[in-house]
Design a binder for this molecule. Structure first.
Ligand SMILES: [Zn+2]
Length: 208
């Protein structure tokens, strides 16, 4: 697995890890870290600072192990919760670009509000080396992530493991008040492929 290439800020990774830790049993979280080979995090989790030091490979190793220890369904649900918390922590950042509480913003249809938050996300790619591209076709959105911090370096996984990104994007949709209109799913995961350099693809399924 390729290490030392892409990094996430300590603070962002820590928010994610705190949620996983808080919904695991203490022994369960320790087991995840041990089995994932994340011995440094057994000593102490990353600090709440803006240094860009958390290797994508470590975060993805954690995600694989969470799914292995708790089962794919529960593991991905945990990852989704952590991803939601991550977006929520970033809302001050998104609020600078989008005045979601103003009447003109609220007056826009859901499709425009979702497009607006995704454009900010794709433009800023906040929090480190994650890179996302937005594709828009009418009222359909696809968000393509490469490199993806949630599964970087993993190959031939039986299922998608980027629940963290699904939760992050779903929370973004709900933040702009479009949770009844769009449901996020991971359509393709780089970790389920045979070769590196694949992208993770997230689709926004329209509910009406
Ligand atoms: Zn991914």
């Amino acid at each position: 697995m390729e290490r030392g290439k892409y990094f996430l800020t300590n603070h962002r990774a820590r928010i994610y890890l705190d949620v996983i830790a808080s919904i695991s049993s203490p022994l369960g979280f320790e087991k995840v870290l041990q089995h994932a080979g994340l011995h440094a995090w057994l000593e102490g989790l990353p600090p709440y600072d803006e240094a860009c030091e958390v290797d994508f490979a470590d975060l993805s190793a954690l995600n694989v192990m969470v799914s292995e220890v708790y089962g794919p369904r529960a593991g991905q649900a945990m990852a989704q919760r952590a991803g939601r918390a991550l977006f929520t922590a970033l809302t001050p950042h998104f609020s600078q670009a989008l005045d979601i509480h103003t009447a003109p913003f609220k007056a826009q249809p859901p499709v425009q509000r979702v497009k607006a938050v995704l454009e900010v996300l794709a433009h800023d790619n906040p929090g480190g080396d994650m890179h996302g591209t937005l594709q828009v076709a009418g009222e359909q959105f696809i968000y393509i992530v490469n490199p993806c911090p949630f599964c970087w370096g993993q190959l031939r996984m039986p299922e998608a493991i980027c629940g963290g990104m699904v939760g992050f994007l779903q929370q973004a949709v709900e933040w702009v008040g479009a949770g009844d209109h769009y449901h996020v799913e991971e359509a393709a995961c780089a970790a389920a492929k045979e070769h590196h350099d694949a992208s993770c693809v997230f689709v926004f399924l329209k509910a009406d």
